[in-house]
Design a protein around this ligand. Structure first.
Ligand code: DP6
Length: 334
């Protein structure tokens, strides 16, 4: 049996929209910081039939619907296609048993699928290492086949999912921009709602192109934003990171809200937090930025010096659950 551990990531340049939905090949590059917590652990081993079990941290079993099981089955099938392309079609068994232990509440804007599929990719990498020694970029392809953003959590620190070109299963993969020791940023997460979101990312990606603003967004990322974000990280220029991250986040939500049907993930609490944190940043000259994924949850990313004041601000929001996280070291075997 092989066990791997992983955690979510928070995107500065968001992944939204695919050029191939089945293979999760993104339309544009994205970039994120991998977090250190909350974590997911996965055991995989050979088995007679595919079995997937999922447990909460307290040990209670989580009921998995048929849709969830199908996603794992499809992922195993696509992983086999990829290994076939690498010349080792039989490296992975036809059926496996997968046990997930997750400390992440699902559907609140903390990317649980990113943690799960990066973890599973790493566990598969471990399971087949006697046959083929996959490197982390190859493992990021396997992670991407389960969840696009999972591809980035393979690496610690800061990583980019590169859209690449063409339609090959491995045409898009992640690379590391800087490791976890490069810049000790924190992510203080404020979740206004613990309810599962109505429309998941997978459905959202599939309608992204229906927004009249989609093409402009892809153009902005490709021509400028991704590179600005990489530069800001390499130079540890927080102001530049803040500008490009907030611009890209609001742009993605604009695309979401103008797609058919429109997807409105942000709520009044989100908007109130954004406005208050912007005031706090101005009055106290605080290096803090906000960003939101496909939900109302606000991620307040800040430097070490700003952390305590951002945590105090977060805990003063009576209607939110707070998670305190920071940059992490990526997926690894236990
Ligand atoms: C808004 O990776 O969750 O969080 O491939 O369907 O699992 P699937 O999509 P997913 O999409 C992430 C969307 C996002 C932005 C991001 O993390 O880059």
């Amino acid at each position: 049996m092989i066990t791997a551990i992983s955690a979510p990531n928070i995107a500065f340049i968001k992944y939204w929209g695919n050029r191939d939905n089945e293979l999760r090949i993104p339309q544009a590059d994205s970039l994120s910081m991998t977090l250190n917590t909350p974590t997911v652990e996965i055991d995989v081993e050979h088995s007679e039939i595919l079995s997937v079990k999922s447990f909460e941290l307290d040990g209670s079993e989580k009921e998995l619907g048929e849709k969830h099981i199908q996603r794992f089955r499809k992922h195993l099938e696509l992983t086999k296609h990829y290994l076939n392309k690498l010349g080792v079609p039989d490296a992975i068994p036809n059926e496996v048993s997968i046990t997930v232990r997750s400390g992440i509440p699902s559907g609140i804007g903390l990317a649980s699928s990113a943690a799960v599929f990066s973890c599973l990719a790493c566990a598969y990498q471990g399971l087949i290492r006697e046959t083929i020694d996959l490197d982390d970029e190859q493992s990021s392809v396997i992670a991407r086949l389960g969840s696009g953003s999972a591809s980035r959590s393979i690496f610690g620190g800061f990583s980019a999912l590169v859209a690449g070109e063409g339609s090959g299963i491995d045409s898009s993969k992640s690379i590391q921009i800087a490791d976890e020791n490069h810049w000790p940023l924190h992510d203080i997460v404020l979740a206004p709602s613990m309810h599962e979101k109505k429309v998941g990312s997978t459905e959202g990606h599939a309608i992204a192109q229906t927004s009249p603003h989609f093409a402009d967004r892809i153009e902005a990322i490709t021509s400028r934003r991704q590179q600005e974000c990489i530069d800001s990280i390499l130079k540890k220029d927080f102001e530049k990171l803040q500008r490009v991250t907030e611009e890209d986040c609001m742009d993605m939500h604009h695309v979401m809200e103008t797609s058919t049907p429109p997807l409105k993930y942000l709520n009044d609490v989100t908007h109130r937090i954004i406005s208050e944190v912007t005031d706090l940043r101005t009055s106290q000259h605080l290096p803090v930025l906000y960003t939101m994924d496909a939900g109302p949850t606000v991620h307040l990313v800040c430097t070490e010096e700003a952390r305590d004041r951002v945590v105090d601000f977060a805990h003063a929001q009576a209607d939110c659950t707070v998670f305190e996280t920071k940059v992490g070291k990526g997926t690894h075997l236990v």
